[in-house]
Design a protein around this ligand. Sequence first.
Ligand SMILES: [Zn+2]
Length: 238
Amino acid sequence: MDRLVPLVTASMDLVLGSSCVGCQRPGPVLCLPCASELEAVPFPTRPDPCPDGLPSSFAVAEYAGVAKAAILAHKEQARYSLAKPLGRALALSVFAVLAACADRPALTGVLLVPPPGNPATARERGHEPMTRVGRVCAGSLRASGIAADPAELLVRRRSVADQAGLSSQQRFANLHGAYGSRRGAGRRLAQRPVVVVDDVMTTGSTAVEAARALRAVGADVLGVALVAATRRRSAPRG
Ligand SMILES: [Zn+2]
């Protein structure tokens, strides 16, 4: 069953012909004009209200239009080829996080850590979206001369209620303490700086909990890099 989703998607593309997830025009899964929306200059973003403990965060797009369509088609319809533009967009945000820390002594060997996925959802979807996007992101950064590795070092310690429909306060309470690090992760995390990476940020509660769990084992969390954020809000750096 799990393997059926990508198979069905691929078959539908063959039968119906592929079309752009952004504008629905026949052609590649993301046409050039739509793809360019994911190649924008990253901007600093803060949810409103902003939860305590959220590290400096950057995104390349608002979670709407092309970015939203691409993220959802990759995540829920297993359109795997979208991992490439999404991963590259994420790399731009990671670069912005690093640039904001430019005054720090040499930052090498950055670990890109996504919040832990829900194993049941991953089984249902047949894939863990951030695994593929994180790999592309790291490859893109390495091609630009930045040593970076995807590192899925966080796990869920307990199940959490579905975040949909919860207020930001409730989401924060729902997630607080829910993440922990994998056995042995502390050693790796103590040696290399970390950027939390995710496809989208809404209330910021997931990123805050990821940062909390990483800091709990001594990680140096530089910031949060996102493909998209729900509301385009700029905040002064620092
Ligand atoms: Zn398009």
